[in-house]
Design a protein around this ligand. Structure first.
Ligand code: MN
Length: 401
């Protein structure tokens, strides 16, 4: 069985050209790969969309229709900041050659591939008692794990510390995973876990902002499921946590910190043997250069030494003092960065003091405060520092008054 695993499509009206470019690329590749199943591991949308000619709704719906003309498609709900509850509902109402299954809750579904004139289809597990088929005859068992919301799993948080609530939450998830395993035990067909979650030890993409205080899931917990392949979404950096446990990564460069290449995974499962191949998505990179100019208007410092702007969408952030305003034209700055696909030049005028304190006090989380602070000193913080900040904040929040 051949499975395609993608994640984090982030359809957005503000980055529509990027969404379209990557989705066109993926569609073209899938036409020749011809998978038996395609799973999208959450964050299909970047943010709430409205039904308007300028929004991402119509191109996204067209893409889903085209995807479901190639193979059965599963889409799970991602983080609520991106996938608003109900935002996948529209895909239940499309007429497509292959079935589409969307979900907002943890559950198991069965995939039956076409035979004897029946089309490919998904069935909910457990099957109804009067079903003509058995779970053992399924071609794949698919465990779906949308972004876990604590409120879905906990009866009440009243009177308990965050630490206690987190512990109960983890126990609930473990129960769920053990339950998933029990379904798989009946049959030898491929078992696939599709999850949108933060797995401990995963490396994050350079510019990625993850929600603070989110529950981290361990590989050990995921092992309870006993899946042949774990298709993960949430973290935008394509990475292997283990030979059968992968983040596909986002389909395009979502932020200027995401400089790494983008991929989707093609997974072959034959008699319990799993092989994973990455397909690189040809997408326009993003490049950010933070520069300072001298009194004569000449660039004196470029924070990023990388010669990475060729063919990229380049953002140049120019830090100027009040006296330097109007000293350097866009044309002069562009001359320093020949060959970018597009240019976006931002001028940031000091006095720094006021701007700095305003932005820092506006920032709500320790992470965003750090990022604001780093901006004011022209630094890009390594991801590890931001992770530490999240951890520290989680500890602070867990101290009950
Ligand atoms: Mn995402």
């Amino acid at each position: 069985m051949k499975i395609v695993h993608t994640a984090d499509w982030h359809w957005s009206e503000t980055k529509l050209d990027r969404s379209i470019q990557s989705s066109q690329f993926i569609l073209e590749r899938l036409k020749s790969i011809r998978p038996d199943l395609h799973v999208i591991a959450g964050d299909f949308w970047d943010r709430r969309q409205v039904l308007a000619s300028t929004s991402a709704v119509i191109p996204a719906v067209d893409t889903v229709k085209a995807l479901a003309a190639i193979s059965p498609l599963v889409v799970i709900l991602g983080n609520h900041a991106h996938d608003v509850p109900g935002s996948l509902e529209i895909f239940k109402h499309l007429y497509t050659p292959y079935p589409i299954y969307i979900t907002e809750r943890a559950e198991t579904i069965l995939l039956y591939l076409s035979e004897h004139g029946h089309a490919d289809r998904f069935e909910n597990y457990p099957l109804p008692t009067d079903s003509e088929t058995e779970a053992e005859n399924a071609d794949a068992i698919i465990h779906l794990f949308p972004y876990p919301n604590k409120s879905h799993y906990l009866a009440s948080r009243a009177g308990r510390s965050i630490e206690e609530a987190n512990r109960e939450f983890t126990e609930k998830l473990q129960e769920l995973f053990v339950g998933f395993h029990a379904v798989g035990a009946e049959t030898a067909c491929p078992k696939i876990f599709v999850g949108h979650c933060n797995v401990r030890e995963a490396r994050i993409s350079g510019g990625e902002m993850l929600p603070g205080q989110e529950v981290m899931i361990s590989k050990h917990d995921l092992d309870l499921v006993g899946a042949d392949y774990y298709a993960l979404g949430h973290i935008h950096l394509n990475q292997e946590l283990r030979n059968n446990m992968w983040y596909a990564g986002s389909i395009y460069h979502h932020d200027f910190g995401e400089t790494e290449e983008k991929y989707f995974n093609v997974v072959d499962i034959e008699q319990g043997q799993v092989s994973v191949r990455r397909e690189r998505i040809i997408t326009r990179p993003l490049s950010l250069h933070i520069i300072t100019i001298g009194t004569d208007g000449v660039i004196i410092r470029d924070e990023s030494k990388a010669n990475d702007w060729h063919g990229a969408d380049l953002r140049v952030r120019v830090h100027l003092s009040q006296e330097q305003v109007g000293l350097t034209s866009d044309e002069e700055i562009i001359k320093h960065f020949p060959g970018a696909a597009t240019y976006h030049i931002q001028r940031i005028v000091t006095p720094e003091e006021r701007v700095r304190s305003e932005n820092i006090s506006l920032a709500k989380t320790l992470r965003s405060r750090l990022i604001e602070w780093a901006c004011t000193i022209d630094k890009i913080l390594p991801a590890a520092v931001l992770t530490k900040a999240d951890e520290m904040e989680a500890v602070i929040h867990s101290i009950e008054p």
